[in-house]
Design a protein around this ligand. Structure first.
Ligand code: ATP
Ligand code: MG
Length: 210
């Protein structure tokens, strides 16, 4: 490691470079097929799937039961400060558990929108020596996403700290950011069905030595 103007510049361990565990990070709007693909890939790559929503729900649950700070979190009464604290705690838990897997040399798949700034920065950090990071972006026309979301039998629930107007509101707000987000592999799930999507991603992953 070299320190430069107060910043730590990490050098690569070339000898260990190819032995890094794999992190496949999904990038995509709601309904684009991230969870569907993540599940299929997890079996093939023997990887655990990480979803930030599970961590949010876990922290929120503990807070509502008074088992963790901020203790007062109650449905419909969560202040903005508490929302932010829950969100920060959720990401801390997410990273800690994910890092544990990587330290054991295990592969991981991240099933989130991939548009969170903290996540992007952290993925860049670990890509030096800790993990081989591959971003898979799933694009899809918003009209198709809308149809998929409306036909969902089970509406997705759980604690969500942001004020978007449902999943479609989230997609509307973040579609610009999605266009700007770079990825190693991009698939249009509006054109390719689930099986074709999986096959294309597996084929492209081979190019990255997976
Ligand atoms: N490649 C695909 N082609 C067509 N339909 C798909 C494809 N992938 C997933 N789907 C369907 O689209 C719907 C949404 O898929 P999925 O739940 O995997 O999306 P998601 O990106 O995880 O959404 P969210 O962000 O809300 O969790 C499901 O009904 C799924 O069966
Ligand atoms: Mg999902």
């Amino acid at each position: 490691m070299v320190r430069e103007r107060g910043e730590i510049v990490v050098l690569m361990d070339i000898d260990k470079f190819d032995k890094r565990p794999l992190v496949v990070s999904m990038v995509g709007l709601c309904g684009s097929g991230k969870s569907t693909l993540a599940k299929k890939l997890s079996r093939k790559l023997n990887a655990s799937v990480f979803t930030i929503g599970h961590f949010r729900d876990d922290v929120y649950d503990k807070c509502s039961k008074g088992a963790e700070y901020p203790k007062q979190a109650q449905i419909g009464e969560v202040s903005n400060r508490d929302k932010q604290l829950i969100e920060l705690r959720a990401w801390l838990g997410f990273w800690e558990m994910l890092l544990d897997k990587l330290c054991l040399g295990q592969n991981v798949i991240i099933d989130t929108s991939g548009l969170n700034k903290r996540l992007t920065n952290w993925l860049e950090d670990i890509s030096w020596n800790v993990a081989k990071v591959i971003k898979v972006k799933l694009v899809c026309p918003r009209s198709v996403l809308g149809i998929r979301l409306r036909s969902r039998k089970q509406k997705q629930k759980g604690f969500f700290p942001y004020d978007f107007d449902g999943h479609e509101g989230f997609n509307k707000e973040l579609s610009k950011h999605l266009r700007e987000e770079r990825a190693n592999i991009t698939v249009d799930t509006g054109r390719l069905d689930k099986e074709e999507t999986y096959k294309k991603v597996m084929k492209d992953l081979k190019r990255y030595g997976v």
